[in-house]
Design a protein around this ligand. Structure first.
Ligand SMILES: [Zn+2]
Length: 257
């Protein structure tokens, strides 16, 4: 065995002794970093079954794969398709909070594998773009969790990603308590695109889809810059309008931050 391999393996064993790997969902010890204990796997609310063809919200009693939900029928979104891996609930919330506010990066590889599985038209993509953070947020936090996900997904599906195409030029206030129109106004003019994207098929990546207003605002400017198709993939999705009203205000602010 090469000396480098022996050293790397020893460092790995030593670090596991000092910082034993913990589950992404609890304090339980797991064998490998960035994984989840077996008992909780079966509990995870993966979004499967009938969904809206456009926004990806789970729907009951839908039999046609291209059916649209009432919201998308009433006002067709600027994006083409949005998909998410897991439904937001008490079990999955820690995944995003640990990523966003705890800077916990060890789950990113697993999340990218999940996201690649459900990304629409993944083989035809031209570019992966993370939903950007405002520079003041980047300065304070030191990272953009959506960019971590986009980078990992880019590696997973061997498609290029760029964190500098879409820019958040204005800080947005809390979306909490706002009507759909209010949320749309809140993110209006918040984003701009650097350069042209003529004819490109873009995949937007975010950690959580709460109301879809951010994605809608991003899709509009990307299309104005010439993009031909905008799909998106998120790790979590708030699935029912009722659920969003049930989320405590401080948590909703954290999710949207
Ligand atoms: Zn829909």
């Amino acid at each position: 065995m090469a000396l480098k391999t022996i050293l790397s393996s020893s460092v790995h064993k030593l670090s596991n002794l000092i910082w034993p790997p913990r589950s992404l969902l609890s304090d339980k010890r797991v064998e490998h970093q960035g994984t989840i204990e077996a008992e909780l796997w079966s509990e995870l609310p993966f979004i499967a079954g009938p969904i809206c063809f456009c926004c990806g919200v789970p729907m009951e009693g839908v039999f046609h794969p291209e059916s649209l939900c009432g919201v998308c029928m009433a006002q067709p979104p600027a994006f083409d398709k949005a998909r998410a891996v897991l439904a937001y609930d008490d079990l999955t919330r820690p995944l995003v909070l640990a990523l966003k506010h705890g800077g916990r990066k060890d789950g990113v590889k697993l999340f990218a594998i999940w996201m690649a599985e459900i990304t629409p038209n993944i083989d035809d993509l031209d570019l992966i773009v993370p939903v950007p953070a405002h520079w003041t947020r980047l300065f304070a936090r030191g990272y953009n969790q959506a960019a971590w996900l986009a980078q990992a997904l880019s590696k997973q599906c061997a498609k290029p990603w760029r964190p500098d195409v879409l820019i958040r030029q204005r800080k947005t206030g809390s979306q909490n308590g706002l009507s759909l129109k209010g949320r749309q106004r809140n993110v209006q003019g918040a984003f701009r695109v650097k350069g042209r994207l003529d004819g490109m098929k873009i995949l937007l990546v975010d950690d959580v889809y709460t109301t879809g207003s951010t994605l809608e605002a991003c899709a509009k400017v990307l299309k104005r810059a010439g993009a031909n198709q905008i799909c998106s993939v998120s790790l979590l999705r708030v699935c029912k309008p009722k659920t969003i009203n049930d989320i405590d205000e401080p948590i909703l602010e954290k999710l949207n931050a």
